[in-house]
Design a protein around this ligand. Structure first.
Ligand code: SME
Length: 154
């Protein structure tokens, strides 16, 4: 399990004063990706139009460029506004396999300071059932701090 307190403090330090969303996304994707070997693909899909997500900054193999809200785990997170904690991607109806090696996935909606959905944060793992509720809760708090201006967890 990553040291999420350290991760949050590192991201707070690296992004202090930065308001450019792409720069923030690139930094978060990089730091989260490298903090845990479970994370094989780590990145953002951005809301670019009504019911449409397009790829943003990421780490790992190539990701599909567009995901309508109606499709995939990412679309489900964007459509419902809820975290998708998927232990077995093969059991998720409509899962989009950017890599055949992906076994489990965590997708978290990302909101700005005004509370608008700006995208989703997607982590894939080649390990089955790789993600925990603690991962989901901690990463939700980190994303809320970086993009939503909320206090970082102590
Ligand atoms: N698996 C995601 C698609 C993005 S690739 O994993 C990077 C989905 O089902 O929405």
């Amino acid at each position: 399990m990553p040291d999420y307190t350290m991760l949050a403090k590192t991201l707070q330090s690296l992004t202090q004063g930065e308001t450019d969303t792409v720069a923030l996304m690139a930094t978060v994707a990089c730091e989260v990706h490298h903090c845990d070997d479970r994370f094989d693909w780590t990145g953002f899909y951005r809301v670019t139009g009504p019911e449409m997500l397009k790829i943003g900054p990421y780490q790992g193999g190539h990701g599909c460029l567009q995901i309508p809200f109606a499709r995939g785990v990412c679309g489900a997170a964007a459509r419902t506004g809820t975290v998708q904690l998927v232990a077995d991607v093969d059991a998720f109806p409509g899962h989009i396999a950017c890599a055949s090696s992906t076994k489990s996935e965590l997708v978290i909606p990302v909101y700005d300071k005004a509370g608008a959905l700006i995208g989703v944060f997607d982590i894939d793992s080649d390990q089955p059932d790789a993600f925990t509720q603690e991962d989901a809760d901690q990463l939700t708090a980190v994303l809320g701090a970086i993009f939503g201006g909320r206090e970082i967890l102590d």
